[in-house]
Design a protein around this ligand. Structure first.
Ligand SMILES: [Fe+2]
Ligand SMILES: [Fe+2]
Length: 164
C-alpha cells in the first residue's frame, strides 16, 4: 500500500493491526471452506446428488476466489497471509467440518452452518471498516453478497428435498 493510502487510514480511528488480524482469520476461514466444499463435492449420496455436487464445486471455486482477494488485501498491508492448514485451523472463526458422512442432508447442514458463520464474519468486518477503510469495506461487502447467495443455494436444495 502506498504512503498516501496509509496516511488516510491512519487519520481514521481504525486499528490497522486489528483489521489485519480480522482479515487473516477470514482468510483462514476461506481456505478451509474451499477444502470443505472441494472434498465434500466428491461423494454426496442421496436424492439430488449431482445437483448438490455441482453446487459444491461452484462454491469451492468462489471460496478460493475469496481467499485470493483477502490474501491480496493482507499483502497490501505488508503482511504475509497465514501459511498452512495447521495455522488456518488454529486461527479460523468458523473451523472445519470434515465431510465424513456422505449423506446429502448431513453435507447440506454442515455447509449451511459454515455459510451462516461466514455471513456473521463479513457482517462484522463490514461494521468494522464502514466509513474508515473504503477499499476493505467494498471487498467484504462483495464477499458477503456471495456468502448470502451460498446460504440461499443450499437452503433451496434442502427445501426441494424436504418437499420431495
Ligand atoms: Fe467465502
Ligand atoms: Fe460461502
Amino acid at each position: 500500500m502506498g504512503q498516501k493510502s496509509i496516511e488516510i487510514l491512519k487519520q481514521t480511528s481504525i486499528n490497522i493491526e486489528e483489521l489485519v488480524e480480522k482479515l487473516q482469520k477470514a482468510y483462514a476461514d476461506e481456505c478451509l471452506s474451499y477444502i470443505q466444499y472441494w472434498e465434500g463435492a466428491r461423494f454426496p449420496v442421496g436424492l439430488m446428488r449431482s445437483k448438490l455436487s455441482e453446487e459444491m464445486q461452484e462454491h469451492a471455486e468462489e471460496e478460493l476466489k475469496h481467499a485470493n482477494w483477502l490474501a491480496k488485501r493482507i499483502i497490501d498491508f505488508g503482511v504475509m497471509p497465514i501459511v498452512g492448514p495447521h495455522e488456518w485451523l488454529k486461527r479460523s472463526n468458523c473451523g472445519y467440518q470434515e465431510p465424513l458422512d456422505s449423506d446429502i442432508m448431513t453435507l447440506l447442514e454442515q455447509n449451511i452452518s459454515s455459510e451462516r458463520c461466514a455471513i456473521e464474519v463479513y457482517k462484522q468486518l463490514a461494521d468494522f471498516t464502514r466509513g474508515k477503510d473504503d477499499i476493505t469495506y467494498k471487498l467484504v461487502i462483495k464477499i458477503l453478497e456471495e456468502e448470502v447467495e451460498h446460504e440461499q443455494d443450499l437452503e433451496d436444495i434442502r427445501n426441494d428435498i424436504e418437499r420431495g
